[in-house]
Each structure stands twice: as C-alpha cells, then as structure tokens.
Design a binder for this molecule. Structure first.
Ligand SMILES: Cc1ncc(COP(=O)(O)O)c(C=O)c1O
Length: 420
C-alpha cells in the first residue's frame, strides 16, 4: 500500500461500508429475545415479567436495593430529581462538561445548576466543586463521562456526607464501569443510566434508576407510574401511597420490547467490557507512539466501560495541523466513525441554563447568574478525538484497520510535517 494519503488521492485504508460501528448488535439472539417478548406482552402495568427481570438483575449487579425502569435516560434523571424533592431555587452542583440531559430535567423544578469544571479526563473535579457550596446547595450530580469513572468520586461522596448533600450519578456512558472496587452507580443516593441508541446496554430507547432509599424509590415511582405499581410497591403507612391512582401526572413507563432487547444485551455486559478493554489497549499501544497524541490512561484500580475511546490531539506538536484537518484525513482513509463530539460538551452557555425565564417563566423570574471560567473543561473539549470501541472478538479486523489508518496518517505527518 502506498503511503499517499486518501485526502491527496491515494487509496483509502478501509472501505467505508465495512468501517461502521453498529450498535446494538441485532443478532439472532437479540431477535429471539424481542420476538419472544412480542408474543408474551407488549405493555406491562406492574413490576412483573421482563420489567421485573431487568430491574432485579440490574440492581443485583450493582448491589442496590431498588431499580426503576423508564422510557429514557432523561426520564430516569427527571425521576431522580423529583424523587429528591428539588425545590425552586435549590442549587445543584453539576458537571459543566456533559450531555445536557444530566442537567436539563432539574430546570422543570426551578433548580439552579451550579456548574463545576473538569479534571483532565473530562469529569467533574473535586477541586472545582468544593468552593461552590452555599446554604442553598441541595445536591451534587456527577457524570462518568464517556465511561471513565469520576476519579474524585470518593472525595465528592465524603464532601456530600459531611455537608448533608444528596449525591446523584449519571452513568449513561458507564454501564459496567468500576472504580475503587465498586461499580459506578453504587456511590450516590441514586443513579441513572440511559439505555438508548448506541449505549453499551441498549433497548433502542430506555433508562433505569437505582437507589437503596425506599423514599427516593417511592417518589420516583409516582413520577412515572400510576395505579398498579405504586399500589403494589409503596408501603401502606407511607402517605405517598394516597397518590397511587394518579401518580404525579406523568407516565414514563418503559416499553417491554425495548427492555427485552436491553436484557439480552445486559447478559453480555461483562464480556463486552473485557473485549472493549482489549481493543482500548491495542489503540493505546499504537497511538502512544506519536508525540502529538495523548492516549487515555488505563489504570489498575479502574475499569472504564469504554463507551468511547477519546485521545487528545495537540496541533502544536503536529506542525500546526489542526484537529479538524487530522480528523478529515482519517475519515478520508475510510475511518468514518472518527469524530469530534458535537452535542456533548461544555453546556454552561446553553439558553436553558442562562435564560430559563424566557421558556419556563413560571419557575424563573430572570436570567441566571452567568457562570464562566471552565478552562479545563474547554481545554478537554477542544482537544479530544473520539473513536467507538468495538465489543466483540469478531470486530478485530475493523479495529486493526482503524489502527492502520491512524498510523498511516500519523506517520505521514511525522515524515512530511504536513498533510499535503
Ligand atoms: C450523559 C448522558 N446523560 C443522559 C442522557 C439521556 O439519555 P436518553 O437519551 O436515554 O434520554 C444521555 C444520552 O445520550 C447522556 O449521554
């Protein structure tokens, strides 16, 4: 193969059609699971059947008492926010670098997100959080971004305990990840996962919340369910039970077909993680050779879920070639899944968080105080390049092709100090 780059008219490393990341894998086992459910039940009113099976299995895996499925990860986060009884004006410390849905649902309750800066892995840093405590702070929510467990989670947990704050976790990228010998989602008072689209465990759409706290569970239940489930599950002496017939007015129930698919995926979660880790190690081995690339750290006491593999690109060490030009060159080689994340990123300037009064005037009477200065998060956002991490041993050829493509372009840069 010539080393002429595809952007300069050379042959590409891989044919685009075979370079995709297709997830979840719809194999015969997945088809069987969904078809089986189709003939069993497509609407489940109470905690039974596949709903019960998933909630039981997922809670047990995380050593948590209660599990509550819902129709999306956003709904699961919304249910957590309702479950902790957020009030207008309550402050919640949030990561500034995340997908907006970590934060958006709390705006319905009139809460005030207080954004915190990131560490060098893109996760909320304790350093940033600790100075933001006020007498209005009620809770902290963290996101284990891209499947990397929050390095400061124990410090954040201690801080929450000392200051009587509720700790919530958004684990939407981090199914099966662990740190300090514990699964993510087992540190907070409650935790949520998305089961949507390309998530490691996917039903197409869906979400789940876990907690050990029966009161949190009961309120969350009323947020998205009415009648049978609350009647069956809210304790007889709990005044919340009076609201069983209506719940809180919403229906956020999950679809049994989605849950059947997610359950079939979940049974393979540990295998996926082991395989993903192997591929991440291969990427690290190959990419760490280049002075303009910083690879993610693989640490002995941490298991990433590898929802994505993010490496950092430094244009100064790459003779001024920009990250965008580098990505264009890789995509031209057929590496079509190489990406600069768009909708996930630094969120403090989104209109919902700066001017909620214009759209939810009933909760906010004016703009929120402008929050700026998130230098680490901005730096992280502006340096990363994202790769998917394949999850089965059959994907080895595609992983090798991606490594070949990155190596080809990177060697070219080294040799020619340019892309042309
Ligand atoms: C970090 C994070 N939180 C929450 C969500 C919301 O999940 P869903 O799309 O299932 O509502 C997502 C979705 O991508 C996410 O990435």
């Amino acid at each position: 193969m010539s080393d002429r780059l595809a952007i300069n008219g050379g042959d590409s490393v891989i044919d685009q059609s075979s370079a995709r990341f297709e997830w979840p894998k719809i194999d015969s086992e997945a088809e069987k699971a969904v078809l089986g459910q189709l003939h069993t039940s497509i609407s489940i009113y109470d905690r039974s059947g596949v709903i019960e099976e998933f909630e039981e299995a997922f809670s047990k895996y995380h050593k948590r008492e209660y599990g509550l499925l819902s129709n999306s990860g956003t709904s699961a986060i919304f249910s957590m926010d309702e479950a902790i009884n957020l009030q207008p004006g309550d402050e919640v410390m949030c990561p500034v670098y995340t997908f907006h849905a970590t934060v958006s649902p709390m705006m319905y309750m009139g809460a005030v997100p207080i954004f915190c800066d990131s560490d060098d892995e893109g996760n909320m840093s304790f350093e940033s959080l600790k100075s933001k405590l006020t007498n209005k702070t009620k809770a902290v929510i963290v996101t284990h971004m891209w499947g990397v467990p929050v390095r400061d989670i124990e410090k954040i947990k201690d801080f929450c305990e000392k200051n009587m704050l509720i700790l919530l976790e958004d684990c939407s990228h981090a199914h099966g990840a662990s740190i300090y010998g514990r699964k993510v989602g087992s540190f907070g008072d409650a935790a949520s996962w998305s089961l949507q689209g390309p998530k490691i465990i996917s039903g197409g759409e869906g979400g789940i919340m876990l907690t050990d706290n029966k009161n949190i569970y009961s309120r969350a239940l009323l947020q998205g369910h009415y009648n049978k489930r609350p009647l069956q599950e809210i304790d007889k002496d709990n005044p919340l039970r009076d609201y069983s017939l209506t719940g809180l007015g919403l229906k956020l129930r999950s679809h049994p077909l989605a849950v059947a698919l997610a359950l079939q995926q979940f049974r393979h979660l540990d295998e996926f993680i082991i395989q993903k880790q192997k591929y991440a190690e291969l990427f690290n081995e190959a990419l760490s050779a280049y002075e303009f690339i910083t690879v993610p750290e693989i640490k002995p006491n941490v298991q990433n879920s590898w929802y994505a593999y993010n490496f950092k690109f430094n244009p100064e060490a790459a003779y001024g070639i920009s990250r965008e030009e580098y990505v264009d060159a890789l995509v031209a080689e057929g590496l079509v899944e190489v990406d600069i994340p768009g909708s996930t990123g630094v969120i403090n300037e989104l209109p919902l968080f700066t001017n909620p009064e214009k759209i939810i005037g009933r909760m906010y009477h004016g703009p929120l105080v402008k929050q700026t200065g998130f230098t680490n998060a901005v730096k992280f956002q502006n340096s990363i390049i994202k790769l998917p991490v394949w999850a089965t041993s059959n994907d080895i050829n595609i992983v090798h092709a991606y490594i070949k493509g990155i190596t080809k372009v990177s060697n070219y840069i080294r040799k020619n100090k340019s892309l042309r």
